[in-house]
Design a protein around this ligand. Structure first.
Ligand SMILES: [Zn+2]
Length: 93
């Protein structure tokens, strides 16, 4: 299992199928390419760069600039309040 130190050091980052294992610098990314950081820091951070379909490209939303693989692994269960939000909205509805 990866430790937090491994994650910060970019050791064994989770790679999407078809992902270039070296990743790309932000300046080299085209639009609609996954922005999941794989390794490196600041301007030398390398990103996944797998193509994201226009339908799935939702920058500004959680995971909206990640490929399907990285979107899936970045999703959590949410807090209790986040998980209860839909029930609260139904009651208010
Ligand atoms: Zn990705």
């Amino acid at each position: 299992m990866r430790s937090v130190a491994d994650m910060l050091a970019g050791i064994d980052p989770p790679l999407a199928p078809g992902c270039n294992s070296l990743g790309r610098l932000l300046a080299d990314l085209d639009s609609h390419q996954c922005r999941f950081p794989l390794r490196g820091e600041a301007a030398l951070t390398r990103f996944c760069a797998v193509e994201v379909s226009a339908a799935d490209w939702l920058p500004g939303f959680s995971g909206g600039s990640y490929c399907t693989f990285h979107r899936r692994i970045s999703e959590g269960r949410g807090t209790d309040a986040e998980r209860a939000a839909s029930r609260v909205l139904e009651r208010l509805g």
